[in-house]
Write a protein that binds this ligand. Structure first.
Ligand code: ARG
Ligand code: ZN
Length: 890
């Protein structure tokens, strides 16, 4: 091939290349401005000469003018920190190319060409972990959303689908395993100690699904035969030494493959499925076709090093990425505004899978808890956006709880309204109609309308309006008719001052006070600002149980009498509603206690007494399984409590919630002690009973530690010492971390030493200390940041220390510092500034906690805002962080 020489200095390091670009106001990308691509790339061949700090990439693109484009002759190839060494068109050195910012433009004539471009990149210098990077001596890729342009010049947009052929060669000792998408078609060795492999993926895909892995890896191997009789080889690849912790991931993968056939009629479509675990990873995992790349924390698990929650997370994320093979890969997104098309739907699919694998009731409660503590605050803050956003500056900032979790809730509502079978007809139609396409959210909605027979015209508001709808509920009674009065307000959000009413499906039941029974559930849809629904046949006013199963992602306010909540907490046959009643009982009390309506001692006592009785009933109820009992015993989070208040005082919320917890710990001490003794007697097992027992063990300890710290410290230390699994050990250590006792230091030292060399467990060691209730928690965070184990280059470690701190009100709001001097805020702002040049995507995630300032009492609010302003003034910020900071201040 001809080498086109061009007088430009090759920039080999993407990091230095970034620095060379002059700062400018980031461009705003808008959904409405979508244009089809001018050129398609039906085929691409990639050749990698692998090397840790200098990998040569030769890309050969077969390009064809898009008949649906506007006929433009300029081929725009996106780049990020790249310099082309050579450019040829149809085998001839090309002269007609130029750079436009980071992009490479080639003027073409006619409609079909072959373009070849050579670039050289530095994986070892790639600390952003986007594109091709080195992790622990191995090479791996992350291309979603726009990482492929850091590897080679390409139309980096999800609506350009290509068939990939990949060849890679490298040192055999350093990179013994060479993987890419699809199937390995050839491999061989050279005399010079290098070897090579060729891979071919028959399924056309957008470049964000490209993946390459090269390194020293060992596989847990198994196979799965699909319903259609295809035998699929399965591999979970990890670093040597980690293979004993891969069986749960493998079991989860096999279960996922089977479940998707049964629940959605989806079969796997290649003969090989590889999963690789990587320790440096920005997110959870990535669904690259046939080669999923995972954060180690969602692969590795054994009883000694992983908690029950870790096991669940592995199962959920393995399922999630596998399910993307259909919802994401076979049908991908037209543009990144459609992200929820694949993410919302796939989250719903992984939630349904996990529900079927374990306790559906507990899974639903957990999912709602996540939504309320992460998505609700996002939806009520400066970064609120619809599940299908209208604009962005940096797409990485839109991998949010709104797009993922609220996106799943929106599709779940369709399922509730259609019914399970009709919904399945809708998804069948969607998969059949759009297979092989880059689709839109609108395509999905139309397929559900057509297949499930729903009218979703008004429902589309859920895609375009941000903000959590607030639903007011009042039940009155006259004669034998109970009337339910509902009204809704969708709050204003940035760029959306005025909202239309949304259709809100609410499943409800009305309980007879005397019999404790209801006469069946109903699904009503509130689709106007106000509506009333009458129910006859009630001689007394019934007890209302509404939004059962959390059918709609809304916030409900009602003035339900405490007695009704106590009734539901004890009697509701819908497990979610029972949990909800328990939560409401506590929320009502705590909000009254901190929300200005200062309680007198007698009122506070009455509130606590009601909660104490309800909690005692939960502990005593022999009909409850322990996993569910554990859910009912969880206090609402401080984040969720803050959400209930226009302006929150984190100090008051914390004090009142801790006060209640301590009171409950004292009041129910005997019950909690007996409970702890009972569950401690059960041996380790992976079954629901043993898991429930472990959950309660730590729950009981949490209350006991709040009530009588000294006594509880020895109980926790005993639990720590006796633990034969990570759930018990971590639970005990968590409790000890919050106490000012010598047992704390002993346990921490033991833990550190016992798990030396296990990065994921050492992450727990960081996280437990930064998330603790200890009065000196911020001092501990600072010391940990200076410890030799800490590094800003590993996102898991950064999150373990600083995200735990940012979501810990005691640390973040500096509840221990005399005069609340904003030290927690400063700690997070300093982290953002230090991390931004290293890993912008991860740095930008820390802006949101500071962005809550408008909803916080004035003194802290000013301090939070000042820290945001300090970050905003930094001379050079990434597009990621700049977007979040600007929006948070705006
Ligand atoms: N698609 C991945 C998932 O399963 C997330 C990848 C996002 N990566 C990123 N760097 N923004 O949800
Ligand atoms: Zn996903």
């Amino acid at each position: 091939m001809d080498i086109a020489s061009r007088p430009s200095t090759p920039i080999e390091n993407p990091e230095t290349a970034d620095a060379a670009v002059p700062p400018q106001a980031p461009a705003v990308i808008r959904r409405e401005e979508y244009q089809p691509p001018e050129w398609l790339v039906p085929e691409i061949a990639l050749d990698f000469a692998l090397d840790l700090d200098s990998t040569k990439v030769t890309a050969t693109l077969v390009v064809r003018q898009n008949p649906e484009g506007s006929g433009g002759q300029t081929l725009r190839l996106n780049g990020d920190g790249l310099a082309a060494r050579t450019v040829t068109v149809d085998g001839q050195a090309a002269n007609d190319w130029r750079m436009d910012g980071q992009d490479l433009l080639i003027e073409l004539t006619g409609q079909n060409h072959t373009v070849e471009i050579e670039t050289v990149i530095n994986p070892a210098g790639n600390s952003q972990l986007m594109g091709l990077y080195a992790s622990n001596g191995m090479l791996c890729t992350q291309c979603e959303a726009e990482g492929f342009r850091r590897i080679t010049f390409f139309p980096d947009r999800p609506d350009v689908l290509s068939t990939y052929s990949v060849r890679m060669a490298g040192d055999k000792a350093r990179f013994p395993v060479l993987l890419s998408n699809g199937n390995c078609t050839a491999q061989g060795e050279n005399a010079d100690g290098t070897h090579w492999a060729e891979w071919h993926d028959p399924w056309p895909k957008p470049c964000y699904l490209f993946a390459l892995v090269a390194g020293e890896l060992i596989a847990n191997h198994d196979s799965f035969t699909t319903a259609g009789g295809r035998k699929v080889d399965l591999n979970i690849w990890v670093r040597p030494g980690d293979e004993d912790r891969t069986q749960h991931a493998m079991d989860s993968l096999i279960a996922s493959m089977k479940w998707d056939e049964e629940a959605f009629g989806r079969e796997y479509d290649l003969d090989l499925f590889n999963v690789v675990a990587v320790s440096d990873f920005n997110m959870g995992a990535m669904e690259n076709k046939g080669l999923n790349v995972f954060n180690t924390r969602y692969v590795l698990a054994d009883p000694q090093t992983a908690t029950d929650a870790d096991y669940d997370a592995v199962e959920g994320v393995i399922g999630h990425e596998y399910f993307h093979n259909w919802s994401g890969n076979r049908i991908t997104c037209r543009d990144w505004f459609q992200l929820s098309l694949k993410e919302g739907f796939t989250v719903l699919r992984d939630q349904m899978f996990s529900a079927d694998m374990g306790s559906a009731a507990v899974k639903r409660i957990e999912d709602v808890r996540v939504l309320r503590s992460a998505q609700f605050p996002e939806d009520s803050g400066p970064l609120a956006h619809p599940i299908r956003p209208d604009s962005y500056q940096e797409i990485s900032n839109f991998y949010t709880s709104t797009v993922y979790n609220k996106g799943a809730e929106v599709i779940r509502m369709m399922r509730s309204m259609a019914g399970v079978e009709a919904f399945r007809k809708g998804t069948d139609l969607y998969f059949a109609r759009h297979d092989g396409e880059a689709a839109t959210c609108e395509d999905f909605v139309v397929a559900i309308e057509d297949g499930a027979g729903l009218d979703l015209r008004q429902f589309r508001q859920w895609y375009s309006q941000a903000g959590t709808p607030q639903v007011k509920v009042r039940l009155d009674h006259e004669g034998d008719v109970a009337t339910l009065h509902l009204s809704q307000v969708v709050p204003a959000t940035p760029g959306q001052p005025v909202k239309q009413p949304m259709p809100i499906p609410l499943r409800l039941a009305l309980f007879d006070r005397d019999t404790g029974q209801h006469r069946g559930e109903e699904l009503i849809v509130l689709d106007a600002e106000q509506a009333s629904f009458a129910f006859s046949g009630f001689t007394r006013i019934p007890v209302l149980s509404i939004n059962r199963g959390f059918t709609a992602p809304v916030a409900i306010t009602s003035d339900v009498p405490t007695a009704d909540l106590v009734f539901l907490a004890a009697n509701d046959d819908d497990p979610f509603a029972r949990y909800e009643a328990m939560q409401s009982l506590i929320v009502q009390h705590l909000v009254a206690a901190v929300g200005g309506g200062i309680l007198c001692d007698a009122e506070r006592q009455a509130g606590r007494d009601a909660i104490g009785r309800a909690l005692a009933a939960v502990i005593d109820d022999s009909a409850l399984d322990d996993l569910m009992r554990g859910e009912l015993m969880i206090l609402p989070s401080e984040a969720y409590l803050s959400e209930q208040l226009k302006v929150a005082d984190p100090g008051a919320i914390h004090a009142e919630r801790e006060g209640l917890k301590a009171w409950l710990g004292r009041e129910l001490k005997d019950r909690l002690t007996a409970l702890h003794d009972r569950v401690s007697a059960l041996p380790y097992g992976r079954g629901a009973d043993a898991r429930g027992a472990r959950k309660l063990k730590t729950q009981a300890l949490v209350y006991l530690a709040a009530g009588a710290p000294e006594e509880a410290a020895s109980r926790a230390a005993a639990q720590y010492a006796a633990a034969d699994n990570m759930t018990d050990r971590q639970g005990a250590l968590m409790v000890l971390c919050g106490l000012d006792t010598p047992a704390r230091d002993d346990a921490l030292a033991d833990f550190r030493q016992r798990y030396d060399g296990n990065a994921l467990v050492i992450d727990k060691w960081f996280s437990l200390q930064a998330g603790s209730l200890h009065p000196k928690v911020l001092e501990h965070v600072r010391a940990l940041a200076d410890s030799p184990d800490f590094t800003l280059t590993n996102p898991n470690r950064v999150r373990a220390l600083y995200m735990s701190c940012a979501v810990n009100p005691k640390a973040f709001h500096a509840l221990n510092q005399e005069g609340e001097n904003g030290e927690g805020y400063r700690t997070i702002a300093d982290l953002i500034l230090a991390l931004d040049p290293i890993n912008a995507q991860t740095a930008a995630r820390f802006v949101a906690p500071l962005g809550r300032w408008r909803r916080i009492e004035p003194k802290r609010s000013a301090l939070m805002r000042a820290e945001l302003e300090r970050v905003a003034k930094a001379p050079k910020l990434s597009r990621d962080t700049l977007e979040q900071v600007t929006k948070s201040l705006g």
